[in-house]
Design a binder for this molecule. Structure first.
Ligand SMILES: NC(=O)CCC(=O)C(=O)O
Length: 271
């Protein structure tokens, strides 16, 4: 399964961002990509005061553009995330389109990013955003795949639930920052991959040192053994990674963590 990690710059102009994403999606399709992934808030500056004005309701322009392009290019699109307007609320939402342009998944970020690190990054998504309440997986010809957004990755139970549903690849549109990125980004992706013995694909916006929230970049793929298969730096780029999904079964067979769980002693289960 060829994945394209689109680490794009995010500008102040919403339409410019959508056009930029579309240009990168075309570039990815020209390289025979099966699944192209955009970053968190790919069409909106990552600032609380932007989320509502940059938001869109169901079938809004960004969603329509991604759906049309997925159909035209015959490629799955994991549409990063964008501010979704629904019933007076704003959600941080990722949409997934199949090769026919059909919306096959929609994940509203479940864990809102509220942190206050002494001398470092502070952010409170809950000032403007509402949390989702669903765990998101979807079916493709590659099997079941999973989806969560950025801060969601820190909550190991969520990844485990997707894995127990059968997800072999988990996509994570994200935007870590210059405090937590260097400390935890790679560590978290490798840890989730080792725990669940599946692939994780993290896609960030490119780093913009002049932004009020500076994204870490470093989009990456980790495999079921915890190896980093590819990793960007801060610049705008596309990374390609061919995922051999048989590695999931091979690693689980050789190192049977999941089947050796003592579910008579403990359990992670969905509500
Ligand atoms: N946008 C986010 O959820 C950022 C998460 C993050 O930076 C973290 O450290 O976690």
């Amino acid at each position: 399964m060829r994945t394209a990690l689109i680490q794009m710059s995010v500008a102040a102009d919403r339409e410019e961002n959508i056009a930029r994403a579309c240009a990168f999606l075309r570039e990815a399709a020209a390289r025979d990509t099966d699944v192209a992934v955009l970053p968190e808030m790919f069409c909106c500056p990552y600032q609380n005061h932007c989320f509502r004005p940059y938001g869109e309701a169901a079938n809004g322009p960004a969603q329509a553009a991604l759906s049309a392009l997925a159909a035209e290019l015959g490629m799955y699109v994991v549409g990063g995330s964008l501010p979704e307007l629904s019933e007076g609320r704003v959600y941080n939402t990722s949409y997934v389109y199949d090769r026919q342009g059909r919306e096959i998944a929609k994940h509203r970020k479940v864990h809102l990013f509220d942190i206050d690190v002494a001398g470092g990054q502070r952010f409170r998504e809950s000032d403007t955003l509402s949390p989702g309440d669903q765990i998101t997986t979807f079916e493709t010809e590659f099997g079941i795949l999973g989806l969560c957004i950025c801060f969601d990755l820190r909550f190991e139970e969520l990844s485990r639930c997707m894995c127990l549903r059968g997800a072999r690849v988990i996509f994570v549109p994200a935007a870590f920052n210059m405090t937590t990125g260097p400390a935890h980004w790679e560590l978290l992706f490798r840890q989730r991959a080792v725990d669940n013995q599946c692939f994780f694909v993290g896609v960030s916006p490119a780093r913009d040192e002049s932004a009020s929230y500076v994204a870490y970049g470093n989009s990456l793929v980790t495999d079921p053994w915890g190896t980093v298969l590819c990793r960007a730096a801060g610049e705008e780029t596309i990374l390609y990674s061919d995922l051999d999904l048989s590695r999931v079964d091979a690693v689980r067979h050789q190192l049977p963590i999941l089947s050796a769980r003592r579910t008579d002693l403990y359990e992670v289960r969905e509500k």
